[in-house]
Design a protein around this ligand. Structure first.
Ligand code: FES
Length: 105
């Protein structure tokens, strides 16, 4: 299983949930009534960008579509990124820690 923790830039925890393999990260956050900022929802702006603090290996960066802009190695676009099914199926509990960008929060 993969447990997602979303934090503010100051380290405050905003959201915590077990990930599924079917939805993008932004869809899973919205299902929990979290208002994640977005614009294009198509991998071509930076509005939904998150910094990966822990667990990058479990991320499928293009689960929901192609990525059309470059991001830093530790950044993902939550409108297209999701979690790999093999990580969800793991018996181990893996923590995926994400942080909002300063400019978005
Ligand atoms: S909302 Fe534009 S890249 Fe995600």
């Amino acid at each position: 299983m993969v447990h997602v923790i979303l934090k503010a830039p100051d380290g405050k925890e905003l959201l915590s949930f077990p990930a599924n393999a079917e939805q993008t990260l932004i869809e899973q956050m919205e299902d929990l009534a979290f208002d994640m900022p977005y614009s294009c929802r198509a991998g071509s702006c930076m509005t939904c960008c998150l910094v990966v603090k822990q667990g990058k290996d479990v991320i499928d960066e293009t689960l929901g579509g192609d990525k059309f802009i470059d991001t830093d190695d530790d950044q993902i676009l939550s409108c297209i990124a999701g979690v790999k099914p093999e990580a969800i199926a793991s018996n181990e509990t893996i923590t995926l820690e994400l942080e909002m960008l300063d400019m978005l929060y």
